[in-house]
Design a protein around this ligand. Structure first.
Ligand code: NI
Length: 168
């Protein structure tokens, strides 16, 4: 397994829509292993393929963020099929280091996807798991967590992020 380089905001790649996966072959399996390795090493609780430069609809996650859990989830072509309730919690992203902002998300979600064994998965998640699922599925559509902030707040942040990228 290899650690993959993570792309940082404002990389144009993380703004693109990822393509459906049509075949779960050996190459994809190796890529998924590398994504899992990259997520734990970051360390993070979730990673979407576009964050490492691959525009494929695959996400990996583990709410424990701990490799020792031995339970990384792998979701291929995940789709949010239902969402209920609203909850605001601080959220961050590996593509935008050192930024955490309160974001409103569904409290509970149902996600349909395929596992790496090609079997269909129906996953119900609440709270942190639900938040990670929504955050990572957003990545597959080129959406970042900062897009959920109010327009005024987003403009302020963009200015701040631009400045820090220039190093001043
Ligand atoms: Ni993210």
């Amino acid at each position: 397994m290899a650690k993959l380089p993570i792309l940082f905001y404002p990389s144009p790649i993380i703004r693109k829509k990822s393509a459906l996966i049509t075949s779960i072959d050996g190459e994809l399996q190796r890529f998924i292993d590398d994504m899992v390795e990259t997520m734990y090493a970051a360390p993070g609780m979730g990673l979407a393929a576009p964050q490492v430069g691959a525009l494929k609809r695959v996400i990996v996650l583990d709410p424990s963020g701990d490799r020792a859990s031995g339970r990384p989830m792998v979701l291929i072509n995940p789709v949010l099929v239902a969402g209920e309730g609203q909850i605001v919690e601080e959220e961050g992203c590996l593509c935008i280091p050192d930024l955490n902002e309160p974001i409103s998300r569904f409290k509970q979600v149902v996600v349909k996807a395929y596992g790496r064994n090609e079997k269909e998965i129906i996953l119900e998640g609440a709270d942190l798991l639900a938040r990670i699922l929504q955050h990572e599925i957003d990545h597959l559509n080129g959406i970042l967590f900062i897009d959920h902030l109010s327009t005024a707040k987003r403009l302020l942040l963009k200015r701040r992020l631009k400045k820090s990228n220039r190093g001043d």
